[in-house]
Design a protein around this ligand. Sequence first.
Ligand code: AMP
Length: 279
Amino acid sequence: MTQVIRSSAELREKVAGWKRSGMLVGVVPTMGALHDGHLSLVREARRQSDRVIVTIFVNPMQFNNADDLKKYPRDEGHDLALLDAEGVDVLFAPEVTEVYPEGFATKVSVSGVSEPLEGAFRPGHFDGVATVVAKLFGMTQAGRAFFGEKDWQQLQVVRRLVEDLNIPVRIIGCPTIREADGLAMSSRNVRLSAAERAAAPALHRILEAAAATLHGGASARETLLDAEAEILEAGFREVDYLDLRSVEGLRPLERATEPARLLVAAWIGDVRLIDNIAV
Ligand code: AMP
């Protein structure tokens, strides 16, 4: 049975016991509303660790939009059943006041890699991510942490964070899990109407086509202008960004002359979807 823990003191005791027996602890941080993307991280964590903690915390500090926070899907009962079926040892699901008690005054801010793309469109978002991830590493004391490539920029921010602060955890990136039609799995997908859900896979299809063109040596400016127009024609309302970047530092690239990543954020109705693929 997966044990639900809400207090960091209780978690610390649990983990200390495991560590005394020489066990390697893995953690999968999430915001819940779990889907197969999350479960793929859990399975990788099970493969690479002796004990697995999944955290569910809808972190108010990383939401720059109050409405997005309010509408974020939550179903802990269902999540717990899924984690139990995967053999997860502990679900750590703290209240907001456990993570941010009165008097909390620290913010972790990673510069550079957090600034473009999501950082430009969601001010404060990565400060919230870096702060809560640093806290979760402190609270779980895990030796390995599993993050999805779905959030490519977040993965780079977390790598920078643990390197810069000498946090003794190994970050494992895991590939994006998609629906059969190519749509990247996301907790926010449940908010799509039937029509929006039918249109949404165009995003990945257009990314794939653009990546192939870029791989052939085409100019990013031209290729991505065309691709953006296609995304809008497919039923998206607005494209926040569609950019070719270097894989780790996320430097802008005009051509795919080095290992690159194509990253996109676009609005369909009032749902904002992000995706990225290798070029
Ligand atoms: P979230 O609950 O959205 O904060 O995501 C928790 C973790 O799951 C993050 O590391 C995400 O990158 C990862 N994740 C979310 N969706 C997917 C997906 N479709 N495939 C793989 N990993 C994912």
